[in-house]
Design a protein around this ligand. Sequence first.
Ligand SMILES: [Zn+2]
Length: 463
Amino acid sequence: MALSRSARIGAVVTAAASFFVIAASSAPTPGASGIGDPYFPQLGNGGFDARHYDLDIAYTPDTGRLDGRTTLRARATQNLSSFDLDLQRLQVTRVEVDGRRARFTRDGDEITVSPRDVLRKGRAFTVTVTYGGVPEALGGPIVFGSRYGWMKTGDGVFVACEPNAASTWFPSSDHPSDKATYDIRIKAPKGLTGVSNGRLVSTYDRHGSTYTHWRESRPMATYLATATIGKFDVRTGRTPGGIPMYVAVDPVLKNANSVDVYGVTAAATDYWSQVFGPYPFEETGAIVDDMPEAGFSLEVQSKPAYSAVRSESTIVHELAHQWFGDSVSVARWKDIWLNEGFATYAQWLWAEHRGTRSAHDSFLADYNARPATSSFWQIKVADPQRDTMFASAVYDRGAMTLQVLRERIGDTAFFRLLPAWTRLHRYGNASTADFIRLAEHVSGRQLDDLFATWLFTPGKPAL
Ligand SMILES: [Zn+2]
């Protein structure tokens, strides 16, 4: 995610950690209502592993109503008497498990499903949820100073859900530690285009509606899914390096575009493929929508979503996230610097690549811009707390940490480390401890002091 204005920092709330005790006996028990992320204890669900979502949605811009049916293929990871799904606000009308109607109850954002038969550990099952209503964007304490999630636009909807808004439009295990593949089917009024992740399988008009089917065949975190709908000019092709592209631009913004979104997307996708390792997804691209209220862009998997025209630097940031955040995803939200610090550092690398400024000079400019008394230095980058998880320190001090690391271990080791990281954790999840371990392994150096100072200790480090 890239912020287009300074983050408003809400009060810091330390969420109570949740602990779940798994009984050793084989008696079936309910799956946990959350995976226990201290920042969002109720997000994600215990007792099963989500494998594939089939999302089928119909959206009516005039009324704002969404009607959906989600079929989730999953595997039980314990003997389950019941399990939960996350869904915010929308109404559930029917639930089936393996095609048979199942009882369900609701407590706030948790739907508890009780299948007719116990789901034994290791068993594959499908759960189908029929639901509907008017999705609402989220706001409140989480921090980047904008509403986010399912956001109505003049001609449709802009959907960008980090960190916890995917469950405002589809029932899910809404945490990045439970990634899955997707089929996404969108029905919208004829003339509007539904844009989503992965590659376009089919699109056709029928009875006044346009049906679009997308498939994301690589694992994806829930917050990276989109179903952005509106009027779009679409341009497809390939990068010079051969990666298929799909770029959708709201025609309202055609003349506002001083940046060549298509050209920068192609060039940056190819350049990052050299620096970070092979491009992890089937397609690259962009969604540029007229949603100025959003004030941010998001690294939607395979097609970053820009809520208005953005700078070249923002585009290279969101594309760097395809490796750092989308392919290699955080294990817990406190690891968010592994996304934002790296994507910000990529902006410095891009400036270096273009010959406009060295990463060292970018580091110094950021470092010198903040006096030691600045609150910037008080954020603990490796655990910034939920309501300040998108504070500028997570981005900028995270990037500074990488420059300090590069200067300590040297360019050769540093530019071996980055692709080693994306290869080792490709399509998976990783933590700050994993990164420190790999950096020490690749460089053959002891680096505890460096990371302790830059990531774990508030205060402005001395140079
Ligand atoms: Zn970002």
